[in-house]
Write a protein that binds this ligand. Structure first.
Ligand code: ZN
Ligand code: ZN
Length: 133
């Protein structure tokens, strides 16, 4: 991507705040998807619950991050636009540690649905064991 924090925020009409920069930094530094609790744990001193939630929502709407729903029922967030926002990719879920990774070079599978059905979103989830386990 090659964009810095300022550019990324400005491009999306988001005012630069200490919290947004910290949150953005956290997404850029961590290679796997993070849950709300992971993020709060990492940023605990800088951010309160509702602020974190609000900023996650604006980041998601702006396509700075995307949300992944895995089998644990806990939403996780990762840096970059979502597959349906034109950033086609599959996700790898580790069955050992429940970590979710974005598979940047692997597109989501395309499915053909019966006549009269309309697909809004396809999430390709690959299950297995990650390199850390
Ligand atoms: Zn793992
Ligand atoms: Zn992803």
């Amino acid at each position: 991507m090659g964009k810095d924090h300022n550019e990324l925020l400005a491009l999306n009409g988001l005012k630069k705040t200490k919290i947004r920069v910290a949150l953005l930094q956290q997404f850029m530094n961590v290679a796997h998807a993070q849950s709300y609790n992971d993020l709060q744990g990492s940023l605990s001193n800088e951010i309160d619950k509702s602020t974190l939630y609000r900023n996650l929502t604006s980041f998601e709407q702006a396509g700075i991050i995307h949300r992944i729903n895995d089998h644990t029922g806990v939403s996780k967030y990762a840096f970059g636009p979502s597959p349906k926002q034109g950033n086609e990719h599959a996700h790898f879920v580790c069955e050992q540690c429940n970590t979710v990774y974005c598979m940047k070079k692997l597109a989501s599978l395309q499915f053909e649905v019966p006549k009269g059905f309309k697909t809004n979103n396809v999430q390709t989830i690959i299950k297995g064991i990650c390199a850390n386990c």
